[in-house]
Design a protein around this ligand. Structure first.
Ligand SMILES: NC(=O)c1ccc[n+]([C@@H]2O[C@H](COP(=O)([O-])OP(=O)(O)OC[C@H]3O[C@@H](n4cnc5c(N)ncnc54)[C@H](OP(=O)(O)O)[C@@H]3O)[C@@H](O)[C@H]2O)c1
Length: 339
């Protein structure tokens, strides 16, 4: 255990992509737990796009991070001090923490992960964590995907997107992914079994390319990206299509000039389509249902995943920005300490 607690605080609200000036580094003593609390040594922080929204004054589905406080993040860690009977020292837990060495947690803020399933700990921040639950409930409850349908997913080589596409294949669907660059596209088709992958950076006319891959249109579109990608997708809906809005990362840094909405909203009427938002937290009470299905698929070799683990709490701001260039390969995690 280090004797110091290092933390990244949010010093000001970023305009556009966050820069070093938006953060402040603070060092202090390791915190003590109050009555009913426990202290967690953070091992990994998930570099989630949602953090960008928490930096804005309006927040998103969670309130903004107050200035001068640690950057909020989903984390995985080990209990090192405890005044909470349900969370003894040594327990591995995951939940809301911060870019820090240690956080004080209360029951409900973090919970134990099923370490007896025998996976590397990083797995509990990807397919067996909120990312996996997002893919599962977004696809099956919001997208209402049925066996054999046509599925389109953007951000397809990312954490959520890569799981969504493989779940579609498990259900016998034709799956088309949209991702940035030939390497990512090759991974989707050659290793994950997607039927086709479109490199949006090279595609030129993205709408026409989606149409070539899905001539009857999509039944379900799982949206991670927004902006021009959403508009191109909406030219290619089948009658009765469902669009699950999971994220719109292309606009997260457009704080000053957010892009206008798609110009082809009329297609929703023409195709009698449904557009619905997804918030994974709504499904947390049922998350074990998703995790046990995902665990079975992993063990059966039907669901593959990649984590891109970067080292060092001191590197958190630069690592976080990789999300916006796509210069990471798999779900992006920051390793802060060894177990
Ligand atoms: N609603 C919920 O409850 C919930 C929960 C978790 C995540 N999410 C959302 O799910 C999405 C994926 O999250 P993740 O954690 O799995 O991250 P991720 O997909 O692993 O990483 C983000 C990816 O977004 C793509 N991207 C970034 N800027 C882009 C742009 N301007 N245009 C097109 N693509 C761009 C990049 O991929 P390329 O290299 O392919 O461009 C990048 O690798 C995000 O939108 C996130 O906000 C929502």
């Amino acid at each position: 255990m280090t004797e110091t607690n290092r933390e990244w605080l949010l010093a000001k609200r970023p305009e556009g992509e966050p820069t070093a000036a938006d953060y402040e580094w603070r060092e202090g003593p390791v915190p003590e737990p109050g009555e009913g609390e426990f202290v967690v040594r953070i091992l990994y922080a998930a570099m989630d796009p949602a953090i960008r929204g928490w930096m804005d004054p309006s927040g998103n589905y969670m309130p903004p991070i107050p200035l001068g406080t640690p950057v909020r993040s989903v984390v995985l860690g080990k209990v090192v001090k405890s005044n909470a009977a349900a969370h003894p020292v040594g327990q591995i837990v995951s939940g809301l923490g911060a870019w820090a060495d240690y956080v004080v947690a209360r029951p409900g803020m973090m919970g134990p992960v099923p370490v007896d399933w025998g996976h590397d700990l990083s797995t509990y921040l990807h397919p067996l964590g909120a990312v996996g639950a997002t893919a599962y409930y977004g696809l099956f409850e919001i997208g209402r995907l049925k066996d054999g349908e046509n599925l389109l997913v953007s951000g397809a080589a990312g954490g959520v997107g890569s799981l969504v596409g493989q779940m579609g294949k498990i259900k016998g669907c034709r799956v088309v992914g949209i991702a940035g660059g030939p390497e990512k596209c090759r991974w989707l088709t050659e290793e994950l079994g997607f039927d086709a992958a479109i490199d949006y950076r090279a595609a030129g006319d993205l709408s026409a390319e989606i149409g070539r891959q899905l001539p009857d249109g999509f039944d379900v579109y799982f949206e991670n990206v927004g902006g021009p990608t959403l508009e191109a997708a909406m030219d290619n809906m089948a009658i009765g299509a469902r669009i699950a809005i999971c994220g719109m990362i292309s606009a997260y840094n457009d704080t000053r000039n957010p892009p206008p909405g798609p110009r082809n909203m009329w297609n929703i009427l023409v195709k009698r389509a449904h557009v619905e938002g997804l918030l994974v937290a709504d499904y947390f009470p049922r998350a074990m249902e998703a995790y046990s299905a995902i665990n079975d698929w992993i063990k059966a070799g039907r669901l593959k995943f990649k984590v891109d683990v970067r080292d060092g709490l001191e590197n958190a701001p630069e690592v976080f920005n990789l999300l916006f260039s796509g210069a990471h390969d798999g779900k992006l995690l920051l390793k802060i300490a060894d177990a």
